[in-house]
Design a protein around this ligand. Structure first.
Ligand code: HEC
Length: 159
């Protein structure tokens, strides 16, 4: 049994910094229950697929231990609700953006809105819809086409 990395993401409505830092995402009731609404939700919350096919990544914060040493998921940085915020990982801090669907498909100042295809490109290649590379804190993910499809379908449910 592996342990989920507990990371505090502030920005959840009604949570002060100290309470959300204390409540790492492993304490999230959905994660603790081990049952998920969909494969996409499981990938988002745990970085694992219901099919058992591997989900790996490269990059991420330079100070983070190697992927073999720990498991991270989208929720580690973007929060269990996808709203992002200030992330505290190994005594360093950075901001992860809101990746709920209305935000992704809404206006940005520096590139066109995301589509399904360009969100997939951001997840797997770290490229935004304007063709610009995302910051290195965003890992570059590898997963099967069907897992990527399930994950993006789940992102479309986040508001
Ligand atoms: C270690 C922290 C971390 C993890 C884990 C992580 N991200 Fe990110 N992600 C970021 C950061 C930081 C950015 C902002 C990069 C930038 O501004 O250039 C980002 C950007 C994004 C963007 C582009 C948003 C925008 O505003 O342009 C998408 C989409 C995204 N992440 C989806 C995901 C998904 C899906 C997962 C899980 C498979 C994931 N991320 C896991 C840190 C993370």
């Amino acid at each position: 049994m592996w342990a989920l990395l507990a990371a505090g993401v502030t920005g959840a409505a009604g949570c002060g910094a100290s309470s959300s830092q204390r409540m790492g995402f492993a304490a999230d009731p959905v994660i603790s229950s081990g049952t998920y609404r969909s494969n996409g939700q499981q990938i988002f919350l745990t970085g694992t697929s219901a099919s058992g096919s591997p989900i790996t990544y490269q990059g991420g914060p330079s100070w983070m231990p190697a992927p073999m040493m720990m498991r991270i998921a989208c929720a580690t940085c973007h929060g269990t609700d996808g709203h992002g915020g200030q992330v505290f990982l190994f005594a360093q801090s950075f901001v992860a953006p809101d990746i709920t669907w209305p935000v992704l498909t809404g206006p940005y100042t520096d590139h066109p809105p995301y589509t399904v295809a360009t969100v997939e490109q951001a997840i797997t290649h770290g490229i935004d819809p304007g063709g610009n590379p995302l910051d290195p804190e965003m890992p570059r993910w590898s997963m099967s086409a069907s897992d990527l499809n399930d994950l993006v379908a789940y992102l479309q449910t986040l508001k």
